[in-house]
Ligand binder design. Structure first.
Ligand SMILES: [Zn+2]
Length: 420
């Protein structure tokens, strides 16, 4: 930390020195001998019409260096002139200039959110009949594919249904043989066929496939074990199944979740609720995963406000690459509202507070700057919208504007060059 402070101090000192150095040659000219400057002359007037600051070759009433008290009174869009000592001064002081861009000003509602499983991609796997867990094929955290068997269940109900199917098939075979010899009626054959069909249907309802039902003929215990299957690909996030345990019908044995997308429930204050709607973009930052920003979209806005907290729940669907987001994590959400698509944007670092006024420096010539009052709009992601005072394409000081600011305020230190 000490090293950082030292660096900072050295940098500030250097910039101050640069600013002072830039000023001194102007003062030493002792006024009135400056050649007409090569600038666009925003404040230029015919001689005699307006009093000119001879030191700085700008109209006296607009000279920000000589009239710093005027800076506080500037309205958005109005400027004071700032003339540097030489065309090289700005470069020497490290002043960086960039063109003001247009872009979307993203106003956002900031609120807390809690991550949850996507309920559309969450399933509980339960036993369809009561029985005994014969084997457990997956564990917590296991990745499963669609239809993969997660456990096998033995059940008296299944054993009975299986026996019934085997007997029905044998009965049908017998009827078919007798029918071929004309020793039984067509009706008896049809009844045997219907009985077999009913027995198969029962097994299918329980979850057996045709192949498994066909294999039950061998009457091995193995063949009547019911596989419980994952309904879709995902991850086992809950497990209560234990080998050998008795389970009741309907009791969930596993929860499988597809975490490729998650939900976030944001708590939006009542006052901001009217501006939130389905489809708006959301950014989520999770303390537990520093440096990552997750993007999502609002998919639901609650129909009611909590009567105690005065907050409404807003659901956000969030793609979860790398499965980094976990259920119940807390997040900071930014819900973006429809904003000005053609806003004039500058980096935060371009904004200066001078004499209580909010300003930017606009370059008008190699040694001439406007100290321009501006009105700020929406701030977002290191950028700020200039709602008033700056046109797209104007050359704005975006970094190291401090030497310019110190130049404006130098008269307060008794070093200003008043025109007389
Ligand atoms: Zn002046």
């Amino acid at each position: 930390m000490t090293g950082m402070n030292d660096t900072h101090f050295t940098k500030t000192a250097a910039l101050l020195a640069a600013a002072l150095l830039a000023l001194l040659p102007a003062c030493s000219r002792n006024g009135g001998h400056r050649e007409p400057a090569d600038h666009d002359g925003a404040g230029e007037t015919k001689p005699g019409e307006k009093k000119i600051c001879k030191e700085h070759d700008v109209p006296l009433e607009e000279c920000g260096i000589c009239q710093p008290e005027g800076l506080a009174k500037l309205k958005p869009g109005e400027s004071a002139k700032l003339r540097l000592a030489s065309p090289e001064s700005a470069t020497l002081a490290g002043v960086r200039v960039a063109s003001a861009q247009t872009g979307a000003a993203k106003e956002a509602i900031e609120c807390y959110a809690e991550i949850a499983f996507d309920q559309n991609k969450l399933a509980r796997i339960a036993a369809p009949v009561s029985g005994i867990v014969e084997s457990v094929d997956v564990d917590l955290g296991s990745t499963v594919s669609e239809k993969q068997s997660v456990a096998r269940l033995w059940s008296a109900t299944i054993a009975e249904a299986s026996s019934k199917a085997v007997l029905a098939r044998q009965a049908l075979a017998r009827e078919q043989k007798l029918r071929a010899q004309k020793a039984t009626s067509e009706k008896d054959l049809q009844e045997a066929e219907a009985a077999l069909q009913a027995a198969h249907q029962q097994l299918q309802t329980l979850g057996f496939s045709e192949e498994q039902i066909a294999a039950m003929d061998n009457r091995k215990r193995e063949s009547v074990l019911l596989p419980l299957r994952a309904p879709f690909a995902g991850e086992i996030v809950e497990r209560s199944a234990v080998r050998g345990a008795m389970v009741e019908a309907g009791k969930p044995l596993f929860t499988v979740a597809d975490r490729s997308t998650m939900w976030a429930f944001a708590s939006v204050p009542e006052s901001a609720l009217a501006r939130v709607c389905v489809g708006q973009e959301v950014e989520l930052r999770v303390e537990a995963i520093p440096g990552r920003v997750f993007g999502g979209k609002v998919t639901w806005v609650a129909a009611e406000v909590d009567d105690r907290t005065r907050m409404a729940r807003v659901r956000v669907e969030v793609p979860n690459p790398g499965r980094l987001l976990k259920a119940n994590l807390f997040a900071q959400a930014r819900i973006f509202l429809p904003g000005n698509e053609n806003a004039v944007l500058v980096p935060d670092s371009a904004i200066q507070r001078v004499e209580g006024n909010t300003m930017v420096f606009v370059q008008k010539g190699p040694d001439l700057f406007d100290a321009r009052a501006v009105r700020l709009g929406v701030r977002s992601g290191g950028q700020v919208e200039l709602a008033e005072g700056l046109q797209p394409g104007e050359q704005v000081v975006v970094a190291h504007g401090y030497p310019l600011k110190s130049q404006l305020l130098i008269s307060h230190l008794g070093a200003g060059c008043a025109d007389d």
